[in-house]
Each structure stands twice: as C-alpha cells, then as structure tokens.
Design a protein around this ligand. Structure first.
Ligand SMILES: [Zn+2]
Length: 425
C-alpha cells in the first residue's frame, strides 16, 4: 500500500513524464533533511538507464536501491530522477583516492571523469589496466594512472628485475595479478596469506600468477611472499604488502521457512560440497584460458538478478555467508556458452545445484554453471570460448529459472565479472 501523499507524488511524476517535462518532485528531494548513511550518494538518472544497469555499474543491490528510494516498480525511473545509492563501503570512502599513480573507483566515477581528473586519455587508462569492458568499473577497484609521478626505482635483490601487482590496494572478492621478471635462471614460487601461488613460467624469466582475495577476508594488510629458487639451490625472497579493503557489498536478509529448511538435509549439502571441493583441488598446471572471459549468455539476454559478494544473514542472524556467484535471470532454454577455453570436469545433476557443469581453466581456476535445464557437454570434453554447454533451467534448489555463474580460484569464490572486464593476466 502506498500513502495518499505518495500516490499524489506518483501521479504528479507520471503526468509530468507524459507531458515530457523534465523538472519534477523526486523521492530523493522529498527525503531531504533525512540523515544519509555515510557514503551514500545521489545519482541522477541518465537517458537509457535501467535500475538494473545502475545497480550493476555501482555494484549495489537492486533491492537496496529500490528500498532507499521508495520504488515499488523497478521500471518507474526516468532521466533526471535523483536516486540515493546506499551502502558504500566506509573504507572505500575513507581511502585516499591515490597519489596520482593510482585511483580507487568511487561511485559516480566513469572512465572519462577519471581521465579528466588526471589529465590523461581514457584509452591510456584502458591500456595500462588491460580493460576490455571499460563501461563496467567496479567501485573500489584500483586503477593505475599512466604517466603519473614516478617513484624512485626500487632496489630489488638479484635475481629480481621487477615485481608488479595489478592492485596493491584491493577490495574483497577480486583476483590479484602478480607479474615478476627474474634476471637469472630460476623458478618462482610464492604465497599470499600463507596460500601458495602457482606461477606460469612464460620463459626468459617472465612469470605471472593470480591469487584470490576471499569475499569475507578480514580487511587489513597481508604479506605477499615471492621466492626465486636458483639453480645452485639458493633462494631469494621479496615481500610485498597487499592492502585488502572492504568491498562495497550489500547485505540481504533471507528468511528461511522451516519446511524449506528441512529440504536441505545437511548430509546431502555436505556430500555435494565435498565433491566440488575435491574438483577445485585438482589443479592443471598450465593456464588453458587466454585473455578476458565472455559473458556465459548471449549479450542481448543478459539480466543480472543477483550480485557476487552480497552478504547473507539468515533469519536475522549474523552475516555468515555471501553470494558466491553472479545470477542471470532468463527463460528456460536460453543457451549457456563457455566464456573461456578449458576442460569440462563435471557435467551431472546435483541435488542443490541442479544440472551442473564445471570447467577447469587451468592454474587452479574453475567456473561453475548451476541449475541448468539440460546439459550439452560431457566430462573430459574440451571447450573453446562460445561453445554451447547447456541451457538455462530451474533444477536444484531455486525459486525460478536462472543461471548461477561461479568462478573459483584455488577453491575460493571470486567476482566473475572482473574476468569479463579485464584481461587476465
Ligand atoms: Zn546464485
């Protein structure tokens, strides 16, 4: 039910929209004087915007935006409307934007506005950050600014020639890329937060590796340890600090009714989880993918319904879990494609995840596709980007047809959309 006052407001808005008038009373203005939560900001709707696109761009929960703006109908937004975007990580808001060499993406930033701040070209930012999809910048993502003030070249112990991190300050849930050059014959090993990193040896002393920042990692500085193992048996170690900050993830409270809870036999859930945990632990030593990922569905059917990283509290309890993938809504039968090259390591019906496919992309990287109607691949099949793997369905524990797309690195769930946005490595 909406109040009389609200219905008048709605009527006024509708009338003005119909008349093509661009100035109106908006929910955001009506809230003036109300205490805003720290970091919340006002976004002005642009022509062509949808609420889902705004939520995606600013990494917010669609429902949080609707709630904060008293929107009962998601389609009822219009150019010029001012929307409150809630829930920005206080840490992102408090982190200095950078020293001219890096920039932490804030809500409202675009590639062009960032280029403008530093007086560089948008193309140059795209280039140094290996972006392939610059329309989607993640709030909290650290971008390198080309041509910024240079620091003294750091003295690294021999045989280290260079060490580069994709994001020395990084939000929870992202993938960190590490590039290392060694000036002598040696192998490279390393660990992040005491988890080993598998490096790809590109020859000529060039190495790269990737490591996952868990979505619920405690925000703090973590050590990254890199060790060159020389042919004479000696070792040289370099340490780097990685500043993990809180991601701008929303919180959703899920009410689980008792009947449904009973459907979830803990033993079934655990057996299924153990099966997947075993799969993620079987590491192919070489990367099978190349460059950035594609979306797993035809671009014209993409409808993002639930975001990676959203914290979940059950029945009003503490935040104990998070959404481990990205959900795309769609009709039963919409095709699902491999987003990158790899080998199918699971293609079968699971109790919770329904008809499921897991692709091994090598170097500890896997992707999963749950709740499918029908599978189009078999175990051990090699896939290329764009190969059909199955169709959208509503199998397993779901409330409606959708694709849950999950990307795992060494068993840790990471933001799948980063892999679409950026070339990795
Ligand atoms: Zn999901």
């Amino acid at each position: 039910m909406i109040s009389f006052q609200e219905s008048i407001k709605l009527l006024t808005i509708l009338t003005l929209v119909l008349l093509g008038i661009g100035i109106f009373v908006t929910p955001a203005l009506a809230q003036e004087g109300k205490q805003q939560e720290p970091g919340a900001f006002i976004y002005t709707v642009q022509p062509g915007d949808t609420l889902a696109a705004i939520a995606l761009r600013y990494n917010r929960n669609l429902f949080d935006i609707a709630l904060a703006n008293n929107l009962s109908n998601f389609d009822l937004i219009f150019p010029g409307q001012r929307l409150t975007l809630p829930n920005i990580s206080a840490q992102i808001a408090a982190t200095p934007q950078g020293d001219g060499r890096t920039h932490i993406v804030r809500p409202g930033d675009t590639l062009f506005s960032i280029a403008n701040i530093y007086g560089v070209s948008p193309e140059a930012i795209v280039g140094v950050n290996r972006l392939v999809n610059p329309d989607f910048l993640q709030v909290g993502q650290t971008l390198k600014i080309p041509g910024g003030p240079q620091t003294e070249p750091e003295k690294l112990p021999t045989p280290f020639a260079s060490v580069e991190l994709s994001e020395p300050t990084i939000i929870q849930g992202r993938t960190l890329i590490i590039w290392v050059k060694l000036a002598a014959a040696a192998t490279l090993s390393g660990d992040f937060d005491n988890r080993p990193i598998l490096f790809n040896d590109g020859g000529n002393g060039q190495f790269w590796g990737i490591t996952a920042i868990p979505a619920l990692a405690e925000p703090k500085i973590y050590p990254l340890k890199l060790t060159a193992n020389l042919v004479d048996g000696s070792q040289v170690t370099v340490l780097r600090n990685v500043n993990v900050i809180e991601g701008p993830y929303g919180v959703e409270s899920i009410q689980v009714d008792e009947q449904r809870e009973e459907l979830l036999d803990p033993e079934i859930v655990q057996v299924e989880q153990a099966k997947l945990d075993y799969l993620w632990s079987q590491i192919s030593p070489r990367p099978l993918w190349q460059g950035s990922f594609h979306y797993p569905m035809p671009p014209d059917t993409l409808r993002l319904t639930s975001y990676f990283g959203t914290r979940r509290s059950y029945n009003g309890g503490e935040i104990a879990s998070f959404h481990a993938g990205t959900d795309f809504g769609g009709d039963v039968g919409v095709p699902i494609y491999a987003p990158a090259a790899g080998k199918v390591v699971l293609a079968e019906k699971l109790m919770v995840r329904g008809n499921a496919v897991v692709i091994d992309h090598g170097l500890g990287l896997f992707s999963g596709y749950w709740h499918q109607n029908q599978l189009a691949v078999v175990v051990d099949q090699e896939v290329k980007p764009g190969d059909l793997i199955g169709f959208i369905g509503d199998t397993g524990l779901v409330t409606g047809p959708h694709l849950h797309w999950e990307v795992r690195l060494n068993g840790i769930a990471i933001e799948p959309l980063q892999w679409v946005q950026q070339m990795i490595p």
